[in-house]
Design a protein around this ligand. Structure first.
Ligand SMILES: [Zn+2]
Length: 373
């Protein structure tokens, strides 16, 4: 009797506790599921080609149509407009102008010194970067040494070391972040970031790469690794795809593979580059299944932010956790320019960034003037 009574009492107490508890355990999941929408902004720079300053080294004069010091102002503005943002660079950032050449071929990148492009990336707190084909132009040991100066992860999935029989770089990372929903609640989220570049590097940089690395097809590599990233817990996957947008028929060595990457399930947003184009933009209206208003190809958000820092790429995602999984419910992409079509400046230069790279810039200008170029 006593035993039954105490069991009844215990049950009653448990029921009371359960009813009065504001978050009974079974309801926790559904409470998370009914969370508010989260706006997540993805920012892209691409094909900077060492254009840090708004300056034309060939004509030794200011050029307000280029320069990360200008894009930086756009980055800061775009970040301020939202609660949640991520910043990535899509490669081809070290080579392509006299500053890049001077640093490597004249002054040299000394051990322990940080390349000014990477100093700029550190200052702007990029979340991750990928490297482009031009990063191999100065040889493998140069790029490996330069990357040591970065304070954020760098990824590339389709270049393999022949000696080590594994990817030359980290193929992808899964970033642990917290996002703020529209009601002001934080949620943990895992952002998968993977990088690619054209397999043509084996031709373009034969002298530097032959016998040392091999390049695997972009699309096949993505098909293999995206499910692996999902299995490792990536909620959202962003491709840093240093490859352009084209309607060329698919083949494994497609140089501009964005169109085919958009068809791979699991990839949520694609940052394009390499061909210096602007997407969304009228140049791509000929592509099938492409919306140049919302910036989607085959329903996937894509952005390509020109080159030399002339534009900032923006993908805005609206995501929500449904049945325990983060889903992209809406997306749009756009680019913002640092100057109008006549070259008139639309934004001021970021003085704090300029201060950090001023010495390298001035040395380059002095060197050019001394040569009488
Ligand atoms: Zn490129």
């Amino acid at each position: 009797m006593r035993r039954t009574k105490s069991i009844t009492l215990l049950l009653l107490t448990l029921i009371l506790i359960w009813q009065s508890s504001p978050t009974p355990s079974f309801a926790v999941e559904s409470r998370v599921d009914s969370s508010e929408m989260v706006k997540l902004r993805i920012l892209e720079t691409t094909d900077l080609h060492a254009s840090l300053v708004n300056y034309d080294y060939y004509q030794t004069k200011v050029d307000n149509r280029i320069g990360l010091v200008k894009t930086s102002t756009l980055i800061k503005q775009a970040r301020k407009e939202v609660e949640n943002s991520l910043l990535f660079d899509n490669g081809d950032h070290l080579k392509g102008n006299p500053l890049g050449e001077y640093l490597v071929r004249v002054r040299g990148l000394h051990k322990g010194k940080i390349h000014p492009v990477y100093r700029a990336f550190n200052y702007l707190h990029y979340d991750a970067i990928t490297i482009g084909n031009h990063e191999f132009n100065y040889g493998l040991s140069f790029i490996k040494e330069a990357l040591k100066g970065l304070k954020m992860p760098y990824v590339n999935a389709n270049v393999y070391s022949l000696k080590k029989e594994k990817p030359l770089f980290k193929p992808y990372v899964i970033l642990n972040r917290e996002v703020l929903d529209e009601k002001g609640e934080f949620h943990p989220i895992k952002i998968g970031v993977i990088g690619f570049m054209p397999t043509q590097i084996m031709k373009w940089d034969k002298a530097n790469l032959e016998g040392k690395v091999m390049a695997k097809p972009i699309v096949e590599t993505a098909k293999e690794l995206v499910p692996q990233m999902k299995a490792e817990g990536a909620d959202i996957i962003i491709a840093l795809a240093h490859t352009g947008i084209s309607d060329e028929p698919y083949h494994p060595d497609t140089e501009n593979a964005i169109y085919y990457l958009t068809k791979i399930p699991g990839i949520d947003a694609i940052l394009a580059g390499h061909s210096h184009g602007i997407f969304p933009g009228p140049a791509y209206s000929y592509l099938p299944h492409t919306n140049i208003e919302t910036g989607k190809i085959n329903g996937k958000p894509v952005v390509m932010a020109g080159a030399f820092g002339n534009r900032l790429g923006i993908i805005d995602l609206k995501i929500k956790k449904i049945a325990g999984r983060w889903m992209v419910l809406q997306s749009s992409s756009t680019t913002r320019a640092i100057a109008d079509e006549n070259g008139n400046s639309l934004v001021k230069a970021d003085k704090a960034l300029f201060k950090r790279i001023k010495k390298d810039h001035e040395e380059t200008v002095q060197f050019i003037k001394k040569l009488g170029l």
